[in-house]
Design a protein around this ligand. Structure first.
Ligand code: SF4
Length: 382
């Protein structure tokens, strides 16, 4: 999902600042971590599971509640740091192979506006990107958005995306996703208020872990479902699965083109997921959850930023008949990219065209536009 060009790089920061706020599972792609290593991780477990674990170790149930607090409130990184627990219990947990499951921050870069981009080093030494985006609005209320990765790399290879060009290694485990949010809370010394699954990877290709992480972030880390956004470029048969969970979270779909032919050139995986079917699944998501779908549209100079594209986009959304958010994101060029950032004039023209046409449609529909204007941010960690 990198509008990192899915969107956590510069474009996401923009989207978040504008108040705009994008996923399901690949049963076929599995983590390369050994099963035993996965199953002895405390992070990601719910309080009832931790209470049961304590009982399994001959402790009283309330020790499980203490474990829960240590993981999600104190944010302890090692079992030896569980100072509230008896030493013997800590030793037994470690001897049985249990670990917390937090991964260290390898490197962090802070932008002038306070956004922090981090590289987190996983147990197998692979690196993932995580971005923390602080925003203070006009009324003085503070939001801290965590843009989290769901995969190491990405197999979908969208033509404009740096992550896609870097190849794919593996899916992330739930605790590796949750750990990103805790790392952001730690570095900002502030609670994360919003989570967007828009970092490295396509969340719908790792839906099982994404859903488990979503549960943990909601129930254990206490981030509201409405404060979370799951993003996708579209993976067949996954939006329906996500919709069936009836989460109160936003689905953000990276469109980037108003017709199938153009979309296939920008998002190669779209060949297996016709735009009509994708839009039908988005409508289904809205009907199942009552949550409007947010559409991401990266403007690429001379490719999809013409007035005819704006007209076609508005018409397509109008045909779907429900309210939407549209985030227009001027492209932030990456090294070696065939695409260019659109001129401001072209961006403005597209915005105006979309607004005028949408207002015409607003007579009978509830189309909402949110324009997210991207700023230049260089947070390259390479
Ligand atoms: S290549 Fe992957 S990470 Fe990049 S935009 Fe496409 S789905 Fe997102």
């Amino acid at each position: 999902m990198a509008t990192l060009q899915h969107v956590c790089s510069a474009p996401l920061a923009r989207a978040m600042r504008s108040g705009a706020a994008a996923i399901v599972a690949s049963p076929t792609v599995r983590s390369s971590l050994p099963h035993s290593a996965e199953s002895r991780v405390l992070l990601g477990l719910a309080e009832p599971e931790l209470r049961q674990l304590a009982i399994d170790f001959g402790q009283q149930s309330y020790r499980g509640k203490q474990l829960h607090d240590l993981l999600y409130k104190t944010k302890a990184k090692e079992i030896q740091d569980f100072s509230h627990l008896p030493q013997a219990f800590r030793d037994e947990l470690r001897e049985a192979g249990w670990r917390v499951g937090r991964s260290p921050v390898h490197r962090a870069v802070t932008a002038a506006d306070g956004t922090i981009k981090m590289l987190i080093k996983l147990e197998d030494n692979r690196l993932i990107e995580t971005v923390g985006i602080p925003v203070e609005d006009d009324k003085g209320s503070f939001r801290l958005t965590a843009c989290v990765s769901s995969q190491v790399g990405c197999p979908l290879r969208c033509s404009f995306c740096a992550t896609g060009k870097g190849g794919y290694s593996r899916n992330l485990q739930p605790h590796e996703i949750v750990g990103q949010v805790l790392a952001i809370e730690e570095i900002f010394k502030h609670r994360v208020t919003n989570v967007v699954f828009m970092g490295m990877g396509e969340p719908m290709l790792n839906l099982k872990s994404v859903l488990e992480a979503h549960r943990c972030l909601n129930k254990d880390v206490k981030i509201g479902q409405r404060m979370m956004t799951i993003s996708t470029v579209g993976v067949p048969n996954t939006i329906k699965i996500l919709a069936a969970h009836k989460l109160q979270s936003t689905l953000a779909v990276s469109l980037h083109a108003p017709n199938q032919k153009l979309r296939e050139t920008i998002v190669p995986s779209a060949k297996s997921y016709p735009l009509d079917a994708l839009m039908a699944d988005c409508m289904d998501y809205f009907l199942q959850t009552g949550r409007r779908v947010s559409f991401e549209y990266t403007l690429l100079a001379g490719i999809n930023d013409g007035s005819e594209h704006a007209v076609a986009l508005a018409e397509m959304l109008h045909r779907c008949g429900h309210g939407y958010h549209v985030n227009l994101i001027p492209y932030n060029p990456i090294e070696g990219s065939e695409y260019r950032r659109p001129y401001k004039k072209a961006v403005n023209y597209t915005c105006v065209t979309l607004i005028i046409i949408s207002q015409l449609f607003l007579i009978n529909t509830a189309l909402t536009l949110i324009m997210s204007i991207m700023l230049d941010l260089d947070l390259s960690l390479s």
